[in-house]
Design a protein around this ligand. Structure first.
Ligand code: APR
Length: 313
């Protein structure tokens, strides 16, 4: 197996590091536009192999896509990150051009690759990659829901004083501060509804904290986060490579599911060797359905911005 990660910045390098440690492939290729960055990070990472006991080769490349040829999975993290006070949506002007070019370069050398989009605004970048490339919809997956759900679990576990691993908690909808929908009514701790353990006020607080989880980190660090986004990307790659058929909330193309069409947005899907293989139909109540429709409207408005840029979708 061969995996390429485009963007050797904070998120891309962390993702590649996680992939190597998990030995998900014989070779990981890291690509960046900045001269020497990918080569340097790949070399540094590979020098941990004898200490961390993994056998994955890690190779770096400055914009030479021939090195990525025949990749099974490609993770796209290239682009600019958020600065404090910025929304993910404000990155669209710069990142759309980058994601478009990178996707084209990747497909020239790996026409059968499954492509994971991490660059923000992630829902719109996923839509752009799908529409621009014309590849089968199951092969383009936006990573946002896994990260948001992991943050949801982290906030819940702090409140409940429990292990995040004993929680089942999912965030669907868009990957934006105002568009994501942490499904608190569906969240459980060892099968017990969280709503029966936490007060309504605490539930509200956890949902609110989750929604601004990324912005909170950006304010603290001065740029957007990388440990959790990188780990989330690797988790998605793992379910594909090992054909685990895990269910994750991911940004995928909807064609009538959840009442929406011609949009990429977060819903629970089965992830396996063919990319996203099936959309699961969660039993949403009227309030949750209304939130999903509102979220889809916001994502669709953002997709509309693409037509004003020099990219086609
Ligand atoms: N091709 C390849 N790499 C590129 C290109 C390009 N056309 N344009 C930019 N890059 C590289 C940059 O050189 C940089 O090394 O993408 C990398 C981005 O890394 P960081 O600036 O560290 O940003 P990071 O925190 O990793 O975030 C990347 O993921 O979570 C999202 O919002 C975040 O969109 C952002 C992306």
């Amino acid at each position: 197996m061969k995996i390429t990660v485009v963007g050797a910045g904070a998120v891309g390098a962390t993702c590649a590091d996680n992939i190597a440690r998990k030995e998900l492939a014989e070779e990981v290729v890291l690509v960046d536009i900045k001269e020497g960055l990918a080569e340097g990070k790949a070399l540094d990472m590979f020098q941990t192999a004898s200490m961390l006991e993994f056998d994955t080769r890690i190779v770096g490349s400055t914009n030479d896509y021939s090195k990525t040829a025949n990749s099974d999975v490609v993770v796209i993290t290239s682009g600019v990150p958020r600065k404090p006070g910025m929304t993910r949506e404000e990155l669209i002007g710069i990142n759309a051009g980058i994601v478009k070019t990178v996707t084209e370069n990747i497909l020239k050398h790996s026409p059968n690759a499954i492509i994971i989009i991490i660059s923000n605004p992630m829902d719109t970048m996923t839509y752009l990659a799908l529409k621009n490339s014309g590849v089968a919809k199951n092969r383009i997956i936006g990573m946002g829901g896994i990260l948001d759900s992991a943050r949801f679990k982290a906030y819940l576990s702090a409140e409940l004083q429990c292990s995040p691993n004993d929680l089942h908690a999912v965030v669907i909808g868009g990957h934006g501060d105002t568009t994501m929908i942490p499904l608190i009514r569906h969240a459980t701790l060892n099968g017990k509804p969280v709503s029966s353990i936490l007060s309504p006020e605490k539930q509200k607080q956890v949902v609110a904290d989750t929604m601004v989880g990324g912005a909170t980190l950006t304010k603290l660090i001065g740029t957007s986060a990388w440990y959790a986004p990188g780990a989330a990307g690797a988790m998605l790659v793992e379910s594909i490579i090992r054909d685990q058929k895990k269910v994750f909330p991911c940004c995928v193309y909807l064609d009538g599911e959840y009442g929406e069409k011609d949009i990429c947005i977060g819903v629970p899907v089965v992830i396996g060797r063919n990319g996203w293989e099936k959309i699961l139909d969660y039993d949403l109540n009227e309030e949750e359905k209304a939130l999903f429709a509102k979220s889809a409207e916001a994502v669709r408005n953002m997709n509309g911005v693409l037509s004003t840029l020099d990219v086609s979708a």
